[in-house]
Design a protein. Structure first.
Length: 103
C-alpha cells in the first residue's frame, strides 16, 4: 500500500480510498450485514484476491472442458480401472472408437 501512496503523491493524485458502502439489491439481500473493509489496503487486497481466484477458476474450466481433453481423460480412466483390477472392456472399446474413428 505504501508504494501506491508514493505513486499517487508523485502524480499529484489523491491517495486511494475505500469505496463507498452500497446496499445489496432487495432481491439479493438475505438480512446479513455486507462485508465492510476496515482500511484501503484490505479492501484492494480483497478485490485483487477475488479477481485472481475468478481468473484461475475460469482458466481451469476452460482447459479441462476442451474437446481434445476427453480422449486423455478416457485413457486415464482405462488405466485407473486396469490398475485397480476392475473390468475395463467397455471403456477400452469406447476409447478405441474415439481414438481411431477415421481408420
Amino acid at each position: 500500500m505504501v508504494e501506491h501512496l508514493s505513486v499517487a503523491g508523485e502524480l499529484h493524485l489523491s491517495p486511494p480510498g475505500i469505496p463507498r458502502k452500497r446496499k445489496p439489491p432487495r432481491r439479493l439481500d438475505n438480512g446479513d450485514t455486507p462485508h465492510e473493509c476496515l482500511d484501503c489496503a484490505a479492501c484492494h487486497r480483497d478485490e485483487t484476491w477475488f479477481a485472481f481466484l475468478d481468473i484461475v477458476v475460469n482458466e481451469i474450466n476452460e482447459r479441462f472442458s476442451q474437446e481434445c481433453f476427453k480422449p486423455v481423460a478416457d485413457v486415464e480412466n482405462v488405466l485407473l480401472r486396469a490398475a485397480n483390477g476392475m473390468s475395463m472392456s467397455d471403456e477400452l472399446q469406447q476409447l478405441l472408437v474415439l481414438l481411431f474413428y477415421d481408420d
